[in-house]
Structures are given as C-alpha cells and as structure tokens.
Write a protein that binds this ligand. Structure first.
Ligand code: PLP
Length: 442
C-alpha cells in the first residue's frame, strides 16, 4: 500500500471494531513506528499513549525483537505443534513461566487474547471432568467484562453491544457478577478505590443460587481495560479468591492487558497479591510483534488433566495450527529478555506516581467526571452528550491524533496505557494534549 492510498483502496478491508464508513471517509493511517512514536501517512510523528492497543510494552520496533523475528522467519518459518515440537516453543514457555506467580508455570500457547480466554474456559471444564466433577459446567463472568470475541469470551463478557447481535447463540450455562463501577462512591480515586469489596459477595449469592457443585470457573479482568478502565476495589479480588477456594471453583484472571508490566510487576496477580488458578495472556507477551496469546495454568490444573490421560493418549483435545509459532515464540523470547534486561516492569512501577499526578491534574478540565488509574493505566471519563453517547470521547481521540498523540476511547472514557519506556516529559505531553483538546471539544 502506498503512504497515501486512493480512497478506493480502502474498500476491501472490513475493519474490526471500527465505524467503517466514517473511517474510510477520513482515514487515519500509521505507516511506521519506533520507540514511543508512530509515523502517520502524512509524515507526522504521533506519540503513542496506549502502546498500540495495550500491547507494545517495550516500545516499537525494538532491534532485538526485530532481529529475532527476521532470523526465525528465515530459518524456521513454521513447525507443526501437534505431536511435534521446536526448541523455541519450549524456551518461550519457560521464559513466560518464569515471570508468572509461583506455581502457574504450565503454558499453553494460542494466537490471541480471545483464543486464550476460550482455551482457559475449556481447560477449566476439562479439569473438573478429569477429577470426576464433570457436572461443573457453569461459568461466571462479570458485567462490563471484556474477554475477547470468541463465543466463550462474549458469553462470559459483559459488554452489551458485543453480545447483542449474537445473543441467541451465546453459551447457555453462564451467569455474571455485577461490575464494580460506582462514581457516587469512587469518583477520582487514586489507585484502588476504598469502596466496593462487598460486591464480591455477590459471588456467594450466585454460588448458592446455582449450587457450588455446578460451577466450573469465575473469570474476571483484575483491572478491566476495554470497558473503560475499572480498577478493582481494595479487598475485592482477595474476596473472590476466598469464595472460589471455599467452593472448589477455579479462578481465572484475564491478564491480556495487565500481563507483562502494566502495573509495575509482571502480572496484576503479583501486584495485587492474589493468585488465580489460570491466567490468560496475549498482547505484550511478545510486544505484539507477531500474534500470540497464552494460558498460564497452575500445576494443580495442568497435572489433573495431563495425568488423567491414558498413556499414549492426547490429554486435551485442543490447540491451534499456529500454537507456539516459531516466529511468535522467537519474538516472545526476545521480548522477555528486553523486559528483564531493562527492568521495564519496575520502571513502570517507578513512573506510576508521575503518571497518576499527570492524569489527575485534569480533574478541573471541561467535561471530566472521573479519573482513575493504577500502574501505567488511566481512564478519564467524560460527561456524555445528551443525544450522542461516545461522540465526545471520539472527538477527543481524533483531535489528539491530529495534535500528535494516540489515545484510546471507549464509550465516553479516554484510556491511557503508554509503552513502559515512556519518559516523564512524554507523560506530560500526553495529558497536556488532552487538556488542550478538551478545551476545544463540544
Ligand atoms: C482483557 C482482555 N481479554 C481478551 C482480549 C482479546 O484479545 P484479542 O483481541 O487478542 O483477541 C482483550 C483485548 O483487548 C482484553 O483486553
């Protein structure tokens, strides 16, 4: 594609999660990237305030990762992962396992977060069946949860527009916890809000309603991103963990966004001190250089499934042609090495107070009704226009892009999650640009 495609060239690509007609009438194209910056097709530099899509945690086009991808593409383009292996897959799994919470060191590779979620749900069902509790088939998600777009993920997910067109065909045996968002109690909280731990007790109610013996797993994002940055109330996740443990229910943390340093530690689980049974991963696992996702499983879950199989029998009838693709695996190895060598997770933790101050400095800007943050994630919620929810945040997003800063928006919430290599002046630039833009929007 040329840098300035004719508008006809845009017709064939049916864009995901995009207002296709609106976009194609005024496209925004990125043609290259390096470090903290994209370059747009009109030559402008654009500061990346959201790590692409919460995924380029080490910054763009890192030499070590590029070299690993190039070398592997030229030496082992593909190897089948069923009944065959290649060394990079095992090395990548070991590197990922090394930064997972203690005991979650068995890694199943997928190609996306959505596949990681469906894989984790299937592993949960297979685990109970392997232990003779095959009646545990119910899955519990949460309102406003985002777990990708597979049928499993949208069923346990709780974002209405993502479910609406498919509602007749969602998984049947699913219930949802209430979400934890409450501006009357928690507006402008810095870090974890004080109010809301009791909302975890709703799990106890659902468990009693359905009977504990029917429930396989609970899945939540420790910090919800795609729904507009919802930070877990203090004590909430601990309580979910206790209830799951009490009733033999597996707890799945969807860490597709929080995995690999976003909060200042390798995982939100480590940062928040709550260990689930399964963790879903993707995005920053290999700096988004090649599609890849994964499920990190506890030994308990892994061993129950793998040791229940007859000798010589496949234990889990699940997997993808591209599970542990050599090029994705090479990128994962190189990425994990960059994170370790540059101590990027700790760097994110050190920058978090600067980021928090810069985000909350917008409290008096027009239309701002909440600011929330944790680690290097922040969300600014705006008052919606009476007749057009989402339109104001969209205008902020477009104007920020025009002003050289990439942010994300969902509904009327503007979200921030820069690469972990971000500098303090760049943090100021990101939020300073949003302040200027807010002064101009309707
Ligand atoms: C928490 C969470 N789970 C799952 C996904 C889906 O990942 P993917 O788009 O790679 O399928 C996302 C994507 O943003 C996510 O934020």
């Amino acid at each position: 594609m040329t840098a300035h495609p004719a508008s006809d060239d845009l017709a064939s690509f049916w864009m995901p999660f995009t207002a296709n007609r609106q976009f194609k009438s005024a496209p925004r194209l990125l043609v290259s990237a390096r470090g903290m910056y994209y370059r747009a097709s009109d030559g402008r530099e654009v500061l990346d305030g959201c790590a692409g899509l919460w995924c380029v945690n080490a910054g763009h086009c890192r030499d070590e990762i590029v070299a690993a991808v190039q070398q592997t593409a030229a030496s082992l383009d593909y190897a089948p992962p069923f009944q065959m292996g290649h060394p990079l897959a095992f090395e990548a799994a070991a590197k990922v396992a090394k930064v997972m919470p203690a005991g979650l060191d068995r890694v199943f590779f997928t190609n996306s977060g959505s596949e990681a979620v469906d894989t984790a749900l299937k592993i949960a069902l297979a685990y109970h069946r392997a232990r003779g509790e095959g009646q545990r088939t119910r899955l519990i998600g949460r309102e406003r949860g985002y777990h990708g777009v597979g049928f499993g993920g949208i069923s346990v997910g709780g974002i209405s527009p993502n479910r609406k067109a498919f509602s007749g065909s969602l998984l049947g045996n699913v219930d949802h916890l209430p979400h934890t968002h409450n501006l009357e109690q928690n507006a402008f909280s810095k870090g974890q809000p004080a109010w809301g731990a009791h909302l975890a007790d709703e799990l106890e109610r659902l468990v009693m309603l359905h009977d504990p013996s029917t429930i396989a797993a609970v899945i939540v994002e420790p910090v919800a991103g795609s729904t507009g940055v919802l930070i877990p109330p203090q004590g909430y996740l601990q309580r979910l963990r206790e209830i799951c443990t009490k009733h033999g229910i597996l707890l799945i943390f969807d860490e597709v966004i929080t995995g690999f340093g976003r909060l200042g530690r390798a995982t939100a689980s480590e940062f928040l001190g709550v260990t689930p049974d399964l963790i879903t991963l993707a995005k920053a696992i290999n700096n988004a250089a090649v599609p890849m996702g994964a499920v990190a499983a506890s030994r308990k879950v892994h061993d129950a499934i793998v040791e229940s199989g007859l000798p010589g029998a496949i234990e889990l009838f699940h997997g993808y042609t591209y599970s542990a693709h050599p090029v994705a695996s090479a990128a994962a190895i190189a990425t994990q090495d960059v994170y370790r060598k540059e101590d990027l997770f700790a760097r994110a933790g050190r920058l978090a107070p600067v980021f928090e101050r810069a985000a909350h400095a917008l409290a008096d800007a027009p239309y701002v009704k909440d600011i929330r943050n944790l680690g290097l994630v922040a969300g600014i919620e705006l008052e919606s226009r009476a007749d057009a929810p989402g339109a104001r945040a969209y205008e902020v997003f477009v104007k920020c892009f025009e002003a050289g800063v990439l942010v994300r928006y969902t509904g009327d919430i503007v979200a921030f999650s820069p690469p972990l290599i971000v500098e303090e002046e760049q943090i100021e630039k990101i939020f300073g640009t949003v302040r200027k833009v807010l002064a101009t929007v309707q």
